[in-house]
Design a protein around this ligand. Sequence first.
Ligand SMILES: NC(=O)c1ccc[n+]([C@@H]2O[C@H](COP(=O)([O-])OP(=O)(O)OC[C@H]3O[C@@H](n4cnc5c(N)ncnc54)[C@H](OP(=O)(O)O)[C@@H]3O)[C@@H](O)[C@H]2O)c1
Length: 291
Amino acid sequence: MRVNKVLVTGANGQLGWELQQAAKVNSNFEFIFLDRNAMDLSNPNDLLKTVESYAPSAIINTAAYTAVDKAETEKALAHTINAEAVAELATIAKNKQIPFITFSTDYVFSGNAAIPYVTDTQLAPINYYGKTKADGEQMALAANPDSIIIRTSWVFSSHGNNFVKTMIRLMKERDSLNIVGDQQGRPTYAKDLASASIQILNTLNQGVSVKGIYHYANTGETTWFDFAQKIKELAGLDCNLTPINSDQFPAPAKRPNYSVLDTQKIEKELNLNIPHWETALKDCIEKLATA
Ligand SMILES: NC(=O)c1ccc[n+]([C@@H]2O[C@H](COP(=O)([O-])OP(=O)(O)OC[C@H]3O[C@@H](n4cnc5c(N)ncnc54)[C@H](OP(=O)(O)O)[C@@H]3O)[C@@H](O)[C@H]2O)c1
């Protein structure tokens, strides 16, 4: 079936909002954006009714339980949203024979690697959020092998809650900040991820098969400390930044030390030219400055 009407969950999240911006200038598809009130993933049994009321020809699930630390104690809810609901959407898409795109995370991996994670690296999450996302991937693929799962990492946007906006706020409020310097990863601009997601729909409409697991992140690797340094420089802020180790910044959920995703598969299959994270960050900070 040709994709023309696209149902998007999680409309007010970083990625959902960036898809809304992209939709304003994309005339290839009709988008239906549903926020948590319009489509609540904590009630998987209600999802079929909502999907049928819109009769979409593709589903993009950007909604997720993303509170990594809170997931350690709110386990049942996190699992329902990130695993059971994802499996239900995958099943609905299979039965309707429509494409289903959903998103996962670098946190499905252990963080012990020394080279970038390829898509078939063994899953070994070290926190409960990572486990819910890993379960969601596996349950979605078991229910519907045509599911398209995009793992991403360190997502930021001019909209919503993220490291970039938090750093800018804190650097304005304080003279000095300690930032974790021993975790390495690839930041991802939700705007670029939104445009890659639309590229998947275009590719499907060209009759090209896209299915299974992909990795998407902006190019270039960094640490949270170096990311913060760049934010400070691009935003023109004055604050003393000091690198610290993860064990000096205790949090309820453990974070992987090495989180670098290998994105070659999506680059090749979709013929994508992924921007460097510094280019993306500059765009984001310019948007924030003019907001
Ligand atoms: N953020 C990251 O750094 C990161 C890293 C790796 C992977 N990812 C994955 O990338 C995808 C997009 O993430 P994001 O950064 O756009 O997340 P986000 O900004 O936290 O947005 C998540 C959205 O999901 C919605 N949501 C939460 N519970 C819901 C429920 N029960 N029913 C319906 N909607 C619900 C939230 O609604 P409210 O607005 O009402 O709260 C929010 O709009 C997710 O799959 C996430 O796991 C994110």
